[in-house]
Design a protein around this ligand. Sequence first.
Ligand code: AMP
Ligand code: MG
Length: 401
Amino acid sequence: MSDALDKIQQRVLPVHACERLPIRECLDRVNNEAVKSPHNVPPLPNSAMDGFAVAIGSLAQGEVTELEEVGTAFAGNPFNGNCGPGQCVRIMTGALVPEGTDAVIMQEQVEFTETGKIRVDSDHRVGENIRLAGEDVVQGEIVIDAGARLSPADIGVLASLGIGQLQVKRKPVVAFFSTGDELVSIGEKLEPGKIYDSNRYSLHCMLSRMAVDVIDLGVVKDEPAAMREVLENASKRADLIISTGGVSVGEADYIKPALADLGTTEFWKIAIKPGRPLTFGQIDASIFMGLPGNPVAVMVTFSQFVVPAIDALAGAKPRRPALFRARALDAMRKKPGRYEFQRGIATLDDNNQWQVAKTGKQGSGILTSMSRANCFIVLPDENDGVEAGDEVQIQFFDWSL
Ligand code: AMP
Ligand code: MG
């Protein structure tokens, strides 16, 4: 498993081309160059509260002081006058801290006198309720690394710096197709022995959640010539080509020669279930990943291997899925020597601890085991079965699933 991930990291090279885009269009795209802040955020000290700006020096120690209000500072509309001894300025959240003041006292902590003055005690300190210049970002600081996948917060940070456009890597282009003489498309008649092609739909949807351009190449017959044709065509258009099916004993025979003619291939027998056979190859500059045919295996291998490959292509830092500990509610049979991804439903128990149940039958063709699940129950190589009550690790379905 980790060998395959290492190989993907080594073999898959990032796209070079970049484009400059308005920041709103940069969501989920990969930042090309580290972004340094052109100025401090906030640029100047401002109030974190609605209240009164005062000079702490003008408060009498241990006593209540009366201060005269000499004006108001609004957010975006500063108080430009002078605030001297015995005076204060009414101030709103986000307003610049007026000259001559060094603290903001919350509205709730002052009393009003009949003569319109305010009364405050001396229990306050310099800097109280003031956001300092550069408190969020200091000028020159790197705020977004090269290779970062841009999140909504990143886009907000760019806006807070007044940056309207950003250079990002171009989107990788991903082409995919299904193989199998038994497959028919939705709308076609289901003759005996035929099944509807579901992989193209789940693949299309998983890819749609990633920042890639998608090309659906349809269903390809189990014939060497058809395979060769589609691969040749795809390699001219896509950075990554994904196929499903055609890797059972006997069938692999027509992927192998087609790939061998056009480029290079490796067959990886990864010790995982579901999803053991994975074909990895290269045709010119395109990467080829041949996923198994079984619909659950497609989704497992996509989440574990295709997502890292797309990240590498996109020039993004690898993301590692987070594992959580959970108590198994069901027993699970498992042989040591392979990594298993059972499908589970995780919930919190009365003590706020994760517990996880299996989603019924776990065959790699049973797609409802995925659609009913919210996580994988990850059973490592050495695991030789689980009793109800045992601790297991779970991996919540993430951005792609
Ligand atoms: P294969 O690797 O081509 O032998 O496929 C393994 C199993 O997955 C077979 O039962 C296929 O019928 C099934 N299968 C392959 N491709 C698809 C698909 N696109 N949609 C649904 N089932 C598929
Ligand atoms: Mg097949």
